[in-house]
Design a protein around this ligand. Sequence first.
Ligand SMILES: [Zn+2]
Length: 417
Amino acid sequence: MHDHRKLGRELDLFDTDPLIGAGLPYWLPDGAAVRHALEEYIRTAERRAGYRHVYSPVLGKRELYEISGHWSHYSEDMYPPMDLGGEQVVLRPSLCPHHAVIYRSRSHSYRELPLRMAELGGMYRSELSGVLGGLTRVRAIQLNDAHIFCAPDQVADEARSALEMIRRAYAALGITPARYRLSLPGPGGKYVAAPEMWRRSTALLTEVLDSSGLPYEAAEGEAAFYGPKIDVQFTDAAGRESTLSTVQIDFHQPDRFNLHYIGADGAKHRPVMIHRSVIGSVERAVAHLVEQHGGAFPAWLAPTQLAVLPISEAELANAEALARRCGELGLRAEIAGPERGTLGARVREARLVPYQAVIGAKEAADDHVALRLRDGRRLDPQQADALLARIGALVEAHSTALWDAPPAQGQLLWAQR
Ligand SMILES: [Zn+2]
């Protein structure tokens, strides 16, 4: 596996500057392109699964986190409050309290449940400077978060669907988790004291995991302060394990925020809150993608999807026309002309780009392109529009295959070297 910090800098994906601060990386255009594709994938998948998106501010009054329990259970990971006209405001350590308040702001009937509220939003963690590094330990986090407000008898199905969504995302991203973990409370931790609540939510999550057929391990001391969770663990290049995706069942915050819905009986009932993240933070997800793929991202995520390589100056106009058509189709193309060296040198330079379109005099004459794939395959010259349509369809489908079937392991070695 590759070190994402080293590769991220070499590939111009992201960097840090002491003047901005440790643990506060910025994204360069190529990194931003990867992140944007990832965020778009998540938002689309969520919309298709019946989630509605909201925006909420990254700041909130201290009182909000006192009610949620973050202030008493989590304050050592939070930034100190800022005094503002007699009030104390803090950078949020999670999105949950905001979403609970948004839910509470309107009345809800049982017919609206499950109500799935999603946001890709900022949150902050006051990590110590000694542990900061790359995109995995940062102080400002963009979280793919969602909260499902549902009736108690809908919890298992919703948690199961969330887990299924997570597994579909891994297939599109071409990543493999190290293990699934049932995270339980442990001795000495700061947890909400409500034994019956813990028993119920642990039983529900166990049922979901057992019916999923996935192997998993239970681990004590890894629960959230308000409830147990399913965590999906990944290993980084240094062998350290971290959580990417999570599904959590929470009876605590609906109580704290006094949430309710009107049932079929006309009476008020308490909803359950499921916290779920498909890819975790975009920082950690991109770090893992860089390490697992060594910069050779699936085509739909690649910063440059098509390298256009005119053999000589004479084909430059054709190359520009092809790049323009890519832009119109929403594909990210870049021209590497003869001023950047021999064709062989330019092919090597573009070795992480999934598609390389070579245009010589013969191809230019009848609007054809000789396509090379990142895995070393070379295709016969084809009509340019048909070829772009094929690439567009593979990108649209979030395929990890470059052309048809996934390439054999031997063909991948060259790309990952
Ligand atoms: Zn949450």
